[in-house]
Design a binder for this molecule. Structure first.
Ligand SMILES: Cc1cc2nc3c(=O)[nH]c(=O)nc-3n(C[C@H](O)[C@H](O)[C@H](O)COP(=O)(O)OP(=O)(O)OC[C@H]3O[C@@H](n4cnc5c(N)ncnc54)[C@H](O)[C@@H]3O)c2cc1C
Length: 671
């Protein structure tokens, strides 16, 4: 029987391998690609983190037609993008400028930071292609602090308090840490898997270090952030779970969704104050052509915190004076591009030891054992999100009690030589003073992070040409308080060298200093501030350029429904709406925002079951142990008493787990 079918099986096998490992699949997809229409219900500009999530959720609804316009291509051309230890492979450009996966922007010369960089300019990476920045980020799953969302709401962003957004975080989440799932803060069975990185030697030692300094191990996406935890990464079986893999991939061929890749949007088309379409360069098998497609419902901008303000201003929505200076007719005078905030990382503090086995490098990850662990179990060094092992949140010495969220964090990386000077656009002559000759190949780096800069910057147009990159001025460390706060975190991290745990392993620091700052002495407060101003690493989580706020707030560009103030049929759904920088990065928040936006557009509440579950917990626990802040101060708004935390399939899982737990309890009692 088998030998009769062997030739057929062989042919099928060859075809399968050809499909999997050559571009035949892409060619086939291109061949069957439907033609673009002249009108869709919704047009989404930008198929990055938020756009991919939003398009996939809208596409679930067969009655809705969607056009997704993305300037970049498919992320599948480089499979290494999905391997965590190579997560920076898509970063960087070509000799001609931007790369395939990175817009690779540069800031204007900075006055107060990046002083040791070429032209005093810092690099701002920004993802390109379906999945956007979630294809080049470091996979860190950091939601920010619950109190920050409450502040959003307090400051006018109605509907965005923590109790409103938590169900959406839970909806997308497939949390693999079972302890976390038992709390009200996490969900499982969602589209995006979140996995703890393993207990590496670095994490084991840092556990002792943090214990010594009184920092508890706790879930920084849970009740409180102060403490530390091994990195929670958006990956599954060792592969990146960006928004392309987690959300969009499965809808590529959905008939109600047309995805125009390599097709940069140039302008939003308005009729009076109403957005009616988008003009863009459409790339198809017939070539590149400028076309305008109409939206019968809405145009939604998801091009990110840099490109969304650029597109709005090119279309006449922005500060009047700036638009006038470029002779762009004003459609709406709004503070677009203002309020730019980006976190700042201090120069990495390198801790060296001569004990072997601490450092993770891409080369070591390729060794026989690690490669096999990765191939078979999706674990090992290759599953390390570019050496990022743990994150801790610390309280400042004089942090006012009214600020309930952390102002700084520490990122711990199991490699003492993480960057080269040119990756950060730093002059060799500056970099080499500190980092040129490592004291050892073994060790780790700690990066202090300023989470809530007070400094504000801008994104502006360079010209009317859509191909010109915008002028980006984050104004890093312009406010003195920013450098002081960052310096405190830097000093805290350096002092960890005195812990017994690090002494036991004979860790040491370099005492080299920057000649440019030598006048301030050896690692004095002033020296550290000067050092941080010379070697400045952008946090790469820019936000705020289309700030969300109350409908009558003159500083706001969008209101709580994400509609652009004063205009019709135009919304923004990306990092630009985040009003103030978060105690985390932005990826998880972007996914949440897009999930919530999808519900707004579809006029439904897809998280009612989760709210009901909270209500149920509230009612049940009320009589026994009232915890988790009174079940998030009665988080559920629904009236039902459903027990499901998730949709049908996930409810099933939850119930099965609950039942198993009950059986275990019963078995114990009967023993
Ligand atoms: C190097 C790096 C590492 C990071 N690491 C982390 C991390 O570990 N964890 C975390 O939470 N956050 C991280 N971030 C931040 C986070 O990933 C981003 O802030 C977030 O993904 C932004 O989502 P977005 O939807 O706003 O924009 P994006 O994901 O950038 O999407 C914007 C999309 O719009 C497209 N676009 C732009 N202009 C046009 C146009 N004119 N026409 C059509 N399409 C256009 C772009 O090509 C892109 O695909 C990192 C960021 C960087 C740069």
């Amino acid at each position: 029987m088998l030998h009769e079918n062997l030739p057929t099986l062989l042919v099928l096998g060859v075809l399968l391998v050809a499909y999997r490992y050559t571009k035949v699949g892409d060619w086939f997809k291109e061949l069957i690609k439907k033609d673009i229409r002249l009108q869709y219900d919704y047009i989404i500009v930008g198929g990055g983190t938020s756009g991919a999530v939003l398009a996939s959720r809208l596409a679930e609804d067969d009655n809705i037609t969607i056009l997704l316009i993305e300037a970049g291509g498919l992320p599948t051309t480089n499979p290494d993008i999905d391997i965590p230890v190579y997560s920076d492979v898509g970063q960087g450009g070509t000799e001609k400028g931007p790369g395939e996966f990175d817009w690779l922007y540069y800031t204007v010369p900075q006055k107060h930071a990046c002083l040791g960089h070429v032209n005093q300019s810092c690099i701002v990476h920004s993802g390109k292609g379906l999945g956007g920045t979630s294809n080049i980020n470091y996979l860190l799953y950091l939601r920010g602090n619950r109190f920050e969302y409450d502040e959003w709401a307090k400051n006018g962003a109605e509907g965005w308090a923590y109790k409103d957004v938590l169900p959406y975080f839970i909806k997308s989440e497939d949390q693999r840490n079972r302890e976390f799932v038992k709390t009200v803060f996490h969900g499982f069975g969602g589209r995006m898997s979140v996995t703890d990185v393993g207990k590496s030697p670095t994490n084991r030692i840092m556990a002792d270090v943090f214990k010594e300094v009184g920092l508890k191990e706790r879930d920084y996406n849970g009740k409180t952030q102060f403490g530390w935890h091994p990195v929670q990464a958006t990956m599954r079986n060792g592969l990146r779970m960006g928004s392309y893999n987690a959300f969009l991939k499965r809808y590529l061929k959905k008939s109600n969704l047309y995805i125009a890749t390599k097709s940069p949007a140039q302008k939003i088309v308005f009729e009076g104050k109403k957005a009616v379409g988008v003009t863009f360069l459409h790339t198809s098998k017939r070539g590149v052509k400028q076309i305008t497609v109409r939206a019968s419902q809405e145009v939604i901008l998801c091009a990110g915190a840099i490109a969304t303000p650029k597109l709005l201003m090119l279309s006449g929505v922005g500060p009047k004076a700036h638009l006038n200076s470029l002779q762009i007719p004003v459609v709406a005078d709004l503070p677009v591009g203002e309020n730019l905030q980006d976190q700042v990382m201090g120069d990495g503090i390198e801790f060296y030891t001569d004990y072997a086995g601490f450092t993770i490098t891409a080369a070591r990850a390729e060794n026989f054992v690690s490669s096999w662990a990765y191939q078979i179990f999706g674990t090992g060094m290759k599953a390390s999100p570019r050496f990022r092992e743990a994150i801790s949140y610390i309280k400042l010495r004089n942090q006012p009690a009214s600020i309930k969220y952390p102002l700084v964090s520490l990122h711990i990386l199991s490699n003492p030589n993480v960057y080269e000077a040119d990756q950060l656009n730093i002059k060799d002559s500056v970099w080499d003073n500190i980092h040129a000759e490592p004291l050892s190949r073994e060790g780790m780096t700690i990066f202090p992070v300023l989470l809530h800069p007070k400094s504000r910057g801008t994104v502006q147009l360079r010209s009317k040409d859509p191909e010109d990159p915008p002028i980006i001025n984050p104004n890093y460390l312009a406010e003195d308080i920013d450098v002081k706060v960052l310096a405190e975190a830097y000093t805290f991290a350096r002092r960890l060298i005195h812990t017994t745990a690090l002494k036991d392993w004979e860790f040491r620091l370099t005492n080299r200093i920057l000649p440019e700052c030598a006048r301030y002495g050896n690692y004095t407060e002033q020296y550290i501030e000067c050092h941080l101003r010379h070697i400045t690493i952008p946090g790469l989580a820019p936000v705020g350029t289309c700030r969300m706020g109350a409908p009558n707030d003159p500083r706001a560009v969008v209101d709580g429904t994400l509609r652009v103030r004063g205009l019709k049929n135009l919304r923004v759904v990306d990092a630009s709406i985040i009003p103030t920088s978060l105690s985390g990065d932005t990826f998880a928040t972007q996914v949440m925002i897009a999930e919530k936006a999808a519900d707004m557009l579809r006029g439904r509440d897809s998280v009612q079951a989760i709210k009901d579950y909270f209500n149920h917990l509230y009612e049940v626990r009320h009589k026994h142990v009232m915890e988790e802040d009174e079940i998030l101060a009665h988080a559920g708004e629904g009236q039902g008493r459903g027990k499901g935390k998730r949709d049908g399939r996930q409810e099933g899982k939850q119930e099965r787990c609950d039942r198993k737990r009950k059986w275990k309890r019963r078995a114990k009692t009967s023993d």
